[in-house]
Design a protein. Sequence first.
Length: 334
Amino acid sequence: MAAGRSGRPVRWSVAAERALYGAGPGFFLREAPGAHFRTAVHASPLFAQAVTVLLRRVDDALGRPADGLALVDMGAGRGELLTGVLAALEPDEARRVRLCAVERAERPAGLDERIEWCSEVPEGVVGLLFANEWLDNVPLDVVETGPGGRPRYVLVDPATGKETPGGPPDPADLAWLRRWWPLRGEPGERAEIGRTRDEAWAAAAGRLAAGLAVAVDYAHSRDARPPLGTLTGYRDGRQVRPVPDGSCDLTAHVALDSCAGPGAVLLPQRSALRQLGVSGRRPPLALASADPAGYVRALALAGQAAELTDPGGLGGFTWLLQPVGIPLPLRAGA
């Protein structure tokens, strides 16, 4: 969908909601996310296997409930993660696990019938709620400081992406900025108000009766917010100018520290995956002689593991782990 004629400027949260999820342009209603950007799920089956290990740990922490447990995938795309987990589970395990994909798009053709397709998180979930690169697509507002050092909403033309200054932030957004993204007052400084993400995460995690809620995203912390923000677009695997006309993905890094609820812990993806058995160690050379084909397979998996844990790439993601009624199944700070 190409940009059309100029329209009335609106706040970024309004424009992005229409562009990504609206009945007209709706980028994510008609496009498979994997066709436009590559996540850890698409990079290697090792990621789904790690989530499977985490699910088993949650099951053990819950005492292996007699009624089974659930795995809820927030922003499930086309069901790739749950498909990978289903392949990694033993048959008796798969019979105990309710797999629920939460997504606004229509159910994709050919998806395994054991995977439920849900428009929202079911109530009273017992198990694991996993949100991989979901919060970065929750629309938010942007502010920019003007000549007087005061923040004003940034308005955007949905058809062209042209930005203009709007009015001052409302009290709730100002309060969020003061607590989580304090501005120095320098002209041109930008901030992305993560209050909508905080509320979206609290609502999703609030459906968990017992178990673990996990959000995985590119993130930043209060002491190191990017002075110009991170809002950008992606189309066909390439970064593009963020124009909210439905022609591209719109994404911004997440202030996961502001999302974190009581008892939550933040871990680098590198640490989380290593604790779940994903290692980039090369196989021993002796295997090349004893089992050449096995050596090649092991070498390929080591390369995939290295990509998933590379701090300059996918390993640069942050995991927000929020346990509900169970001990944290990963070591904090490891």
